[in-house]
Design a protein around this ligand. Structure first.
Ligand SMILES: [Zn+2]
Length: 286
């Protein structure tokens, strides 16, 4: 098969535009063995590689690495402007690098029409809420040896984005905590798929605020949370392949209409799925 110059250019455009690399992704090379790749901005996920058995700290907190020296960390919604990573290889010189973390401006989003009991919960449900919060926190503390966090994430479903990470939320006129998820609208019952190979660490059919709630482990503290689900189709301990259906879209809990709310966590730190993902495939966008 022969290509003229313009068809090669067209082919290149197609290949480049389908590469799964988010626009904000950067690579910082610290030395010949060590690099960091990701979004150096609030909400960003960084994946790195260094010599095996190195001792790694980020702002004095220890970062665990895989047997071949790969690791991950992230920046929260309000992360400081500067971070310092220190890597001490098993033999050789200590490496210290300070880098800038871009600050973001977050929009205010007013959400009206959520059930008022999910804005001002009655006294009688406070115990239940506390118990559910504890379950979620415990699941997000999982620190497994799975290396699924290194793989390319895929969209759990395709649909219009109706809520973004970090926005200051006002529900039925009452200011509440910021929104940490990426909301993707879809009809009730739409299948939701695993973003990488995962292990299920929490499966709950109906939490007070978040409805059907699913937490999946990607390894080394990186996890995904899906909330407001109509139905959770997997159970704790299940090992799921990337792209397999794990749940169905719903509108349970503090929600005004059917959508998936997808959150990515590095332990207790909330990351922004939109930074980590390439643009949603346009052809399938509704
Ligand atoms: Zn949401």
């Amino acid at each position: 098969m022969l290509f003229n110059k313009s068809s090669i250019n067209q082919l290149l455009i197609v290949v480049l535009s389908t590469l799964p690399i988010p626009a904000l992704s950067e690579t910082i090379t610290l030395n010949e063995n060590t690099k960091l790749q990701g979004e150096f901005t609030q909400g960003g996920l960084i994946r790195g590689k260094t010599l095996a058995s190195s001792h790694i700290t980020l702002n004095d907190n220890i970062i665990r690495s895989t047997p071949d020296g790969q690791f991950a960390f992230g920046f929260g919604r309000d992360a400081a402007k500067i971070s310092t990573i220190v890597i001490t290889p098993p033999h050789g010189k200590k490496l210290s690098h300070t880098f800038k973390v871009k600050s973001r401006n977050y929009a205010l989003q007013e959400v009206n029409g959520v059930p008022q009991k999910t804005v001002t919960p009655p006294q009688s449900v406070l115990g239940r809420i506390k118990k559910e919060t504890r379950l979620v926190k415990t699941a997000r503390k999982t620190d497994s040896d799975s290396t699924d966090f290194l793989s390319t994430f895929q969209w759990p479903l395709i649909g219009p984005i109706t809520g973004v990470y970090g926005s200051q939320r006002v529900y039925n006129g009452t200011p509440k905590r910021p929104h940490y998820g990426l909301d993707i609208a879809a009809p009730v019952g739409t299948p939701v798929r695993a973003p990488t190979d995962v292990t299920v660490t929490l499966a709950h059919q109906n939490m007070y605020y978040s409805g059907g709630t699913l937490i999946m482990d990607h390894g080394y503290g990186i996890s995904s949370t899906f909330i407001h689900l109509n139905e959770v189709l997997v159970k704790v301990g299940d090992k799921i392949k990337k792209g397999d259906v794990v749940a169905r879209v719903g509108s349970k809990g503090r929600s005004t209409g059917p959508h998936l709310d997808w959150r990515i966590n590095w332990f207790g730190v909330r990351l922004d799925p939109a930074l980590i993902m390439p643009d949603m495939p346009a052809a399938q966008r509704k």
